[in-house]
Design a protein around this ligand. Structure first.
Ligand SMILES: [Zn+2]
Length: 208
């Protein structure tokens, strides 16, 4: 569990470094095409945390409403559950996936200041959707901005490695899975210290 603590520390550090004194709460600070990859090697454990705009991982950032969007979202989650397609880990290290956790935005967030005075519980799911106008299909998607626009998606993967000493690099194969992703900011904690890198589709491996 020590690795978890380290990973959280790293994530916090990264957030502070990127956002300075902005409220950590604020969504919308992300840049489409740009993801974050944090990892920790601790003992025989490797943890990898991926975070990227839903625009890149799913294709949109608003809550899925249509059947088509829901299917697309489900497909994106299923993709995130196949880390072997996302990361290249030195086979010699013999790392086995032990745990994975998807970090998805909560669709029904309880916003404070929510209008609870309206005693009658309107069906929020169908709240102000004019989406029934098929002819304006593409246009209606602008409605996403009502929710501040941006959403991240991510996952944390934990591996147990038989030969962690053979672990000397990590390849981001996910660039070929998510074509709109063009940059990954990488921060890692190794037994020997910290490392950082910027990966791109043509330079997608961090070595140590
Ligand atoms: Zn966004």
């Amino acid at each position: 569990m020590k690795a978890v603590t380290l990973l959280l520390a790293l994530a916090t550090f990264g957030a502070q470094a990127n956002h300075e004194h902005e409220e950590s709460h604020s969504h919308g600070a992300h840049e489409h095409g740009h993801g974050l990859l944090n990892f920790v090697v601790d003992g025989n454990q490797l943890m990898i945390e991926l975070q990227a705009p839903a625009a890149d991982l799913v294709g949109f950032e608003h809550a899925a409403t249509t059947a088509e969007e829901k299917a697309q979202y489900a497909k994106a989650l299923a993709q995130l559950k196949q880390p072997e397609t996302l990361f290249g880990i030195a086979p010699a290290a013999a790392c086995q996936l032990a745990h994975q956790e998807i970090k998805a935005p909560q669709p029904e967030e309880d916003h404070e200041g929510h209008d609870h005075d309206a005693a009658h519980d309107e069906d929020h799911a169908n709240h102000d959707h004019d989406a029934d106008h098929e002819e304006h299909e593409g246009h209606d998607h602008d409605a996403a901005h009502k929710h501040d626009g941006h959403a991240d998606l991510g996952a944390i993967y934990t591996y147990n490695c038989t030969a962690p000493a053979r672990l000397n690099g990590l390849t981001a194969k996910l660039f070929s899975v998510y074509p709109s992703l063009s940059k990954l900011t990488v921060q890692g904690i190794l037994p020997s210290g910290q490392t950082a890198a910027e990966l791109t589709p043509t330079a997608n491996t961090v070595n140590w």
